[in-house]
Every structure is written in structure tokens, then in C-alpha cells.
Write a protein that binds this ligand. Structure first.
Ligand code: ATP
Ligand code: MG
Length: 220
């Protein structure tokens, strides 16, 4: 039987993915949060999991080192999606990509005046497209984390970051001023693998869809 490799990241995505995998009859034999292994065997001989950095998931799948994976839309927008088939919105790890500023900063009037803002973010591509669409000139500053700090210490006037409850923004005296995109995790599949390993991949795809639909029915 054909073997498949699924790329996942630890943390939020893994926590929300484990029930979906279970619905497809797959569970890891080690807990990725405590295990130091990067390749995890599952209860199924022909399915293994690899644990990679969230932003690296599309890369492993694009090059076929993993046949499928689960990645946030935020990460996929930055990656560009080349070589990837994105058949399913998993409706997990939901949040919003937003522009945020200090709560004493008048963003609307800065936009109206055509002020040139400095924007700190790890999402350069998404931010560039968003401000270009608005016709705004911005200077983008690449960060790798803790974007909330940037407006507080004068590195930037605005940030582009993911927001779920808004509690982190509030705790840092920031406010969200613009939504760029709703974000959730997506199933991604290597385009060649889908053709070559359809017999193994398709049943998992179907099980994921069924599990998501069921989840939605119990929610309403
Ligand atoms: P690393 O911690 O390795 O730098 P990361 O910060 O991207 O990577 P996580 O914080 O676990 O890793 O985020 C993984 C994914 O979870 C993101 O790509 C995004 O899709 C989703 N996510 C991030 N923040 C939130 C949030 N506040 N609410 C819901 N989903 C989120
Ligand atoms: Mg993180």
C-alpha cells in the first residue's frame, strides 16, 4: 500500500488537527508536544507525520517531501501556494489578519492625509498587497514575532498581525483598525501526490470533509 507523509506544526494547529485526524482513523503514537521526534509514526503503517515550523509546512508539501499538510491561510498567502492543491478549509485555528495601531493613534486621519506609515509585520507579501490595493504608500519592516511591541517603542506606526480575541492588542494598548482577511487552517496536498497516491489520499480527504461537516452540524 502507498505510504503518505503529512506535515503538521506543533501548538495550535496540531491541537485542532488531532480530532480531524482521529476522524480519519489516524493518531500519532507519540505526543508531538513532549516527544523530540520530528517524524512520528501513527497507528497506520502507511501514514506518518512530520513536525515542522508552521511557516515551513507549504514548502515541505510543495517539494513533495510531504504529500499533504495543514497550514494557516496566513502562511499560504505568504508562500503563494505554488505546487499546492488546497481542497479544504478545515475551519480550525480561526482568526483575522488585521492592521493595528496604538490606541492613541488616529489611523483614519493618517490615511486621509496620505501619510507614509511604517508598518511592521511578518506578513510582508500580504501587507504589501493590502496597502497597494488601498493606494497607500508604506514602508514595510520585516519582523519574526512579537509585532505588538513595534508601535510601542517607535519602530512602526502600524502592524499587520493575526488577531483572535483581541486580548493581546488590548493588553498592549493597541487597537485593530482594519481587517485584511479572515484566516483559518487549510488542508494542502502536493499536486503530483494527489494524482499518484489518490487511492490513499482520497479516503482521508473524504474523512476530513465529513468530520468538518459533522462539526458544523453539531455547532448549529
Ligand atoms: P512559530 O511559533 O514557530 O514562530 P507561529 O507563531 O506561526 O510559528 P503558531 O503561533 O502556533 O506558530 O501559529 C500557527 C498558525 O496558527 C498560524 O499560522 C495561524 O494560521 C494560526 N494562528 C496564529 N495565531 C492565531 C490566533 N491568535 N488564533 C487562531 N489561530 C492563530
Ligand atoms: Mg508563535
Amino acid at each position: 500500500m502507498t505510504s503518505i507523509t503529512i506535515a503538521l506544526s506543533k501548538g495550535r494547529i496540531f491541537d485542532d488537527t488531532a480530532p480531524l485526524l482521529k476522524a480519519a482513523g489516524v493518531f500519532a503514537l507519540d505526543d508531538p508536544e513532549t516527544s523530540r521526534k520530528l517524524i512520528l509514526a501513527t497507528n497506520r503503517d502507511n501514514v506518518r507525520l512530520i513536525i515542522v515550523r508552521a511557516s515551513d509546512v507549504p514548502t515541505y508539501v510543495q517539494y513533495g517531501a510531504a504529500d499533504m499538510g495543514i497550514a494557516g491561510k496566513d502562511v499560504l498567502l505568504e508562500h503563494g501556494g505554488s505546487g499546492l492543491y488546497q481542497p479544504l478549509d478545515l475551519h480550525i485555528a480561526c482568526c483575522r489578519m488585521m492592521v493595528a495601531v496604538r490606541d492613541d493613534f488616529d489611523y483614519e486621519s493618517a490615511v486621509r492625509r496620505g501619510a507614509r506609515l511604517r508598518v511592521a509585520t511578518k506578513y510582508l507579501r500580504t501587507a504589501r498587497e493590502h496597502f497597494a490595493e488601498k493606494g497607500m504608500h508604506v514602508d514595510l519592516i520585516k519582523l519574526y514575532g512579537s509585532m505588538e511591541l513595534a508601535p510601542l517603542v517607535g519602530l512602526a506606526e502600524a502592524i499587520v498581525d493575526l488577531v483572535s480575541s483581541g486580548n493581546t492588542l488590548k493588553a498592549n494598548h493597541l487597537k485593530a483598525v482594519e481587517e485584511i482577511k479572515p484566516i483559518s487552517a487549510r488542508l494542502i496536498i502536493n499536486q503530483a501526490a494527489l494524482k499518484l497516491k489518490r487511492a490513499t489520499i482520497q479516503p482521508m480527504l473524504d474523512a476530513f470533509s465529513a468530520a468538518i461537516q459533522q462539526g458544523e452540524e453539531t455547532m448549529v
